[in-house]
Design a binder for this molecule. Structure first.
Ligand code: FE2
Length: 234
């Protein structure tokens, strides 16, 4: 069975933005997806899962600082671990980290991270003079859920700078909106060390700046940065 045919919209569009659950119907006659075989046979190849108990936050760590949401958020981005469209121009960037509870100093399982950013030219997909807004696409946006060790990871490209007022350019940043049922929502931004527009920016905070490392692979080079998030309890 072709898995791309399994789920479709009654009215024909496969657009993500149209995917209100009320419009989604499984084709009649579809059976459950076939299992591939006995998973137990592969058990010896899977390493033991990491235990959340081995991770703890240093005692003096404070909750992550908040930062402005800005005007370009769009609700409903798909859950995925690569937020850029295929072949998006720019320097490939991998961000990884953990979400923590400030009270327990333990990783938070099931935190939702809503991520959005400008492309390498400093344009958001809902504010781009060169490209009409396509409501079915969420370019450079995505949501992620942390695992039982609080871990998250996504692939993107290094965002570009953009002018937010005439003559005022923002340092490159990635927006985060992090939610967990037992913790305060956190809206913040990740920034990059050495950005020429950092000085004088009214919003940047030193605690939100990461320093990406260059990673070389046989396929090319990319940037890697770690950004942990600490949530304050409700
Ligand atoms: Fe922004």
């Amino acid at each position: 069975m072709d898995p791309t045919r399994r789920l479709f919209l009654v009215k024909g569009s496969l657009g993500i933005a149209a995917a209100s659950t009320g419009l989604l119907v499984l084709r009649s006659g579809e059976g459950p997806t076939e299992a591939s075989g006995e998973l137990a046979a592969y058990g010896e190849y899977f390493p033991a899962r990491e235990s959340a108990a081995r991770f703890s936050l240093p005692g003096d760590t404070k909750p992550t600082e908040t930062n402005i949401q800005g005007p370009y958020y769009r609700a409903g981005a798909p859950f995925r671990a690569k937020i850029t469209p295929p072949l998006e121009p720019g320097t490939v960037l991998l961000i990884k980290g953990r979400v923590w509870g400030h009270d327990t100093r333990r990783p938070l399982d099931g935190a939702v991270l809503d991520i959005w950013q400008a492309n390498a030219s400093g344009r958001y997909d809902n504010h781009d003079d060169d490209r009409a807004v396509d409501p079915t696409l969420f370019a450079n946006r995505g949501r992620l859920v942390t695992d039982d060790t609080g871990y998250y990871e996504f692939e993107s490209v290094r965002p570009g700078n953009y002018e937010f007022l005439p003559g005022r350019t923002r340092p490159a940043h990635i927006h985060y909106w992090v939610r967990h049922p037992q913790y305060m929502d956190l809206v913040t931004q990740l920034y990059f060390k050495g950005d020429p527009h950092a000085s004088g920016d009214p919003f940047i905070r030193a605690s939100l700046v990461v320093e990406p490392q260059q990673v070389r692979t046989p396929g090319g080079a990319y940037e890697l940065a770690t950004f942990d998030v600490v949530l304050a309890p409700k």
